[in-house]
Design a protein. Structure first.
Length: 114
């Protein structure tokens, strides 16, 4: 059995400049937990695989394609591959969510100017 504690995982260098920690990373799937502090956001980007976001804590805004919606704890959001998406924390509390990519990407994420 393999177990991992989020608090013991290293913050990854990432294009967003936020707290992002990989919990699981294989060719079959990638699981990352991202924490956005107050007024932080991710850069708009497209992933080459389908992505699911599960909100663990807080309230935030998710933008996928032309849709934009406020989401909160215990909400799952699906984002299809090759569709521009972003997350924003416009609140005063941290927003923490799990990112599940399946299968594990073999191509790079594409970023666009905000």
């Amino acid at each position: 059995m393999i177990t991992r504690k989020l608090s013991e995982m290293t913050i990854m260098d990432n294009a967003h400049g936020v707290d992002a920690r990989n919990l699981y990373n294989t060719e079959n799937a990638v699981v990352t937990v991202i924490t956005l502090e107050s007024v932080q956001s991710l850069k708009k980007h497209m992933t080459p695989v389908d992505v699911a976001f599960y909100v663990l804590e807080g309230i935030g805004v998710v933008e996928i394609g032309e849709e934009k919606q406020e989401v909160q704890k215990d909400t799952l959001i699906e984002s299809p591959k090759d569709v521009l998406h972003c997350r924003y924390n416009e609140s005063t509390e941290p927003l923490r969510f799990m990112v599940i990519k399946a299968p594990g990407p073999t191509k790079r994420t594409v970023f666009v100017a905000n």
